[in-house]
Design a protein around this ligand. Structure first.
Ligand SMILES: [Zn+2]
Ligand SMILES: [Zn+2]
Length: 392
């Protein structure tokens, strides 16, 4: 980063690192982020922001400037993942089987510190900033709950912004693009039913495991033979359970997976084919298959004008060469629910450092960021907020 920001040295830097590490050590799953929510509230308490609880463990911390201006929402996620952290660092998770493996600890530390710094200049601030600490992003339920509980009202929000630390990009780089950047997420469930039988007499049962195996294989053709070749889409089956013993023909298999798409028409097309293939393959083997799909989140589609504003706001901090277009990815984020209703932009803050071995991916048990991305994220977010508030 070519330019020093107020977050690069001394107290602010120490605060960012120590708060991120504290959150990292105490990860909590979606809608159970009670400690996370409490410690953020405590840190914001003395700063004069008005903090309100909503969506269970969620918080809206409102900073109202003394001068009139737009209202913007800044989103940070509270939740961690059901992963056992594999790490020798002193700040590794103290909760067995739970881990901040997506970087939401960094997002909360950054948003809290930026909120506190901006609160110091309330008299000269134009407009209102609503810092939305969102529960349960990882299962894509928190954003909708926050919106249902009024996060976008009183006062009405004009624009929303979020950052995500991003391991595919090295630290020192910020990514931002207008248009679709992340995919729509559907959660798929399949229940395959057959009939019990003796393992030595499979002809007398209907083997749900064989049917499930053929369904998984046949589903691969949905991507290779139904998807229009130039439209990105992913279909993954991530869990499969069935059967009770080695010598019994299984009568039930349950499978869960996900479909990721950008184009709503492609999504409809592929969902229709997934249902047809699963049911048809099961029936051809004498079994049956119930298919359910849950629309978790739409695609993250950045407003082009806001994306340009984010880019222009970050360039003075990062230098033009270090602000690049976002890489398209089929991951999802329920921030999409906010920006379906109002213009918004999610931008990426590069967070990996291969030389330090900090290049493991999101949702990996060895995930960790290069903490140099914290001051970059904070300075970038502050600059973006100032840019948004300067709009009339
Ligand atoms: Zn994640
Ligand atoms: Zn995330």
């Amino acid at each position: 980063m070519p330019y020093l920001t107020p977050y690069d040295t001394g107290g602010p830097l120490q605060d960012l690192i120590s708060f991120r590490r504290d959150l990292h050590q105490h990860p909590e799953l979606g809608f159970a982020e009670t400690r996370t929510s409490r410690v953020i509230r405590e840190r914001l308490g003395a700063s004069g922001l008005v903090v309100r609880a909503l969506a269970g463990t969620g918080l809206i911390a409102t900073l109202q400037g003394d001068k009139p201006g737009p209202t913007i929402l800044v989103r940070a996620e509270l939740d961690a993942l059901p992963i056992q952290e594999i790490s020798s660092v002193a700040y590794r998770s103290t909760s067995p089987g739970v881990m901040h493996a997506c970087g939401h600890d960094a997002h909360c530390a950054i948003a809290t510190l930026v909120a506190r710094r901006l609160a110091e200049e309330r008299e000269s601030l134009r407009g209102t900033i609503k810092f939305a600490f969102q529960p349960s992003e990882e299962i894509a339920e928190g954003a909708e709950r926050m919106i249902a509980d009024g996060a976008l009202e009183n006062p009405r929000v004009d624009a929303a912004v979020a950052l995500h630390v991003w391991q595919p990009m090295p630290v020192g780089i910020v990514g931002v693009s207008g248009g679709p950047i992340w995919a729509a997420v559907d959660e798929l469930s399949f229940v395959v039913r057959g009939a019990l039988g003796h393992g030595a007499m499979p002809n007398q049962g209907i083997d749900a495991i064989v049917a499930a195996a053929q369904i998984v294989t046949a589903l691969q053709t949905v991507i290779t033979r139904t998807r229009p070749p130039l439209d990105p889409a992913v279909l993954s089956i991530g869990s499969i359970q069935g059967g009770t013993a080695w010598n019994i023909i299984a009568d039930r298999v349950e499978m869960h997976g996900t479909l990721r798409t950008f184009d709503p028409h492609v999504r409809d097309l592929l969902l229709g084919q997934i249902h047809r293939v699963a049911r048809g393959v099961a029936e051809s083997l004498g079994a049956s298959c119930e298919v359910e799909d849950r629309y978790s989140a739409p695609a993250v589609v950045n407003d082009p004008e806001l994306a340009a504003l984010v880019r222009n706001s970050v360039i003075p901090i990062m230098g033009e060469d270090n602000v690049v277009p976002s890489q398209l990815s089929l991951v999802g984020d329920d921030f999409a629910h906010f920006i379906q209703q109002i213009p918004g932009c999610l931008f990426h803050v590069g967070s990996s450092n291969a030389a330090k071995g900090l290049d493991h991916g999101h949702h990996d048990s060895t995930f960790d960021i290069d903490e140099s991305c914290l001051p970059i994220g904070a300075a970038s977010l502050e600059a973006v907020i100032r840019g948004l508030l300067a709009q009339s």
